[in-house]
Structures are given as C-alpha cells and as structure tokens.
Write a protein that binds this ligand. Structure first.
Ligand SMILES: CC(C)c1onc(-c2c(Cl)cccc2Cl)c1COc1ccc(-c2ccc3[nH]c(C(=O)O)cc3c2)cc1
Length: 232
C-alpha cells in the first residue's frame, strides 16, 4: 500500500534530527583522540573522557525527544541509565563507519582495541561496528534508531511501561515508513535495523563484564560514568 509520512511525523523527524545534530561532543575532546600518544592507560583515559562527554551529549539529546520530558522523572533517569551504553555503541559505530581524511576513524579504532579490554569483547564489538557500517544508514535513521533504543520500555526500574511503549511505537512507525521510502529496493531494511537493536542488547551484557574487568585492574571512571553505570 502507499506509505505516506504525515505532517506530524515529518515534524517529529525534523525535531529529532535537529537535536541529534545539535548535540555533538566538543572538538577539543575529539581532537585529543588524534594527538595524545598511545598506551593502554592513555587510551583508556581518552576513551573515558570521550564517553563522559558523550553521556552529557546524550542527556541533552534525550531532553529534546518529543514527549520524553512528560514521562515520569524517575523513568527518565531509568531510561537514560539503561540505554547509555547502547546509545554509545550506536554513536561510536556511526563515527567509525565514516571514513574521515584525518585518519580519525583508524585512531579511534586503535585506541578502543588497545584500551585494556579483553579480546573476547573486541571481536563482537567490531563485528557490530562492521554490521552498522554495511547498513549505510541515513542521518534520520541513525537519530531515530538511537531514539528507539533510549525509549526501550523494559529497562530496569521503569514504572510506566505503557507510556514509554507508546512513545517508542510512535518512533518505530516513523522509522518503518522512512525505511520503506528511503530503501525501496530493500524491503527487509527496517527488519535489519531492528536486528541491530537485538545485537546491542548482547553488547550491553558484554559491557557489564568489560567494566568489571577494568575495575579489577584498578581502572578509574569519572563520577558521571560511575553514576550512570552503577560502578564503584
Ligand atoms: C569509559 C570508556 C573506557 C568506555 O567504556 N566503554 C566504552 C564503550 C566502548 Cl569502548 C565502545 C562502545 C560503547 C562504549 Cl560505552 C567506552 C568508550 O566509549 C566511547 C568511545 C567513543 C565514543 C565516541 C567517539 C568519537 C565520537 N565522535 C563523536 C561526534 O559527535 O563527532 C561522538 C563520539 C563518540 C563514545 C563512547
């Protein structure tokens, strides 16, 4: 049947895309990734700084998701805590799949590979990065997929499950239509995007173990990361 994006849905896409593009981590933070020397310790410190900055960007982006601020305040926190890792996997995947002249992508990849995490996490992580790169998502799809990840109703401690589900379904409906319109030659494209969300859950579980292994090797996190990831 003829798929059509309504006026309201177009406004929703614009609001989310503007917020997604408006909130980026500061240049001085990403520039350090290029400049500082290499060592497992230095790489870990830089990634911690970038992750902390990314969480701040994520909080600002989330506040601009239409309807998010009308959710119960505690649920807003539960959604942010529950989705931060997955949103950062998506964000770093989008950055890593862009080939940039400055060699930035290679440097970031190298620092992640050599940041003291065990090999067993590196493989699934970079398989995910590769699978995201192969999708060639548009900006709107990236912003909407991140929004859908944040609005996942079954995160720990979420009380108003239905309210979050209603918001997420609104975004899923828009993304489904966008996929049909922007990838007419690939009817399964929307299903492939949702498949990435399942992969994100698995990576989230790996990440909990990554944190534990970093902790046991006495790696320090920032107060913001400790709060959002319940470490220390
Ligand atoms: C605390 C640190 C060591 C950490 O723990 N887990 C992860 C960790 C790891 Cl490795 C992998 C995946 C997820 C996590 Cl959450 C990390 C590092 O997390 C990030 C790494 C890079 C970025 C990143 C890099 C470059 C960027 N450019 C822009 C931009 O807007 O231009 C945003 C951006 C974000 C964000 C989080």
């Amino acid at each position: 049947e003829k798929v059509e994006i309504t006026k309201e849905q177009r406004a929703l896409i614009k609001a989310i895309l503007d917020a997604y593009n408006r909130h980026q981590i500061p240049q001085d933070v990403t520039k350090k990734l290029l400049q500082e020397q290499y060592s497992a310790e230095e790489n870990f410190l830089l990634l911690t700084e970038v992750a902390t900055s990314q969480v701040q960007v994520l909080v600002e982006f989330t506040k601009n998701i239409p309807g998010f601020l009308s959710l119960d305040r505690e649920d807003q926190i539960a959604l942010l805590k529950g989705s931060a890792v997955e949103a950062m996997f998506l964000r770093s995947a989008q950055v890593l799949s862009k080939k940039m002249p400055s060699g930035y992508t290679e440097v970031l990849e190298e620092r992640i590979r050599k940041s003291g995490m065990s090999e067993e996490f590196i493989t699934p992580m970079f398989n995910f990065y590769k699978s995201i790169g192969e999708l060639h998502m548009t900006q709107e799809e990236q912003a909407l997929l991140t929004t859908i990840t944040i609005l996942t109703p079954d995160r720990p401690y979420v009380k108003s499950h239905e309210a979050v589900e209603r918001l997420q379904e609104t975004m899923l409906d828009v993304l489904r239509k966008l996929c049909v319109l922007q990838h007419p030659q690939e009817p399964q494209y929307f299903a492939r995007l949702l498949g990435r969300l399942t992969e994100l859950r698995t990576l989230h579980h790996y990440h909990v173990e990554m944190l534990t292994s970093w902790k046991t090797n006495d790696h320090k996190f920032t107060p913001l990361l400790c709060e959002i990831w319940d470490v220390q």
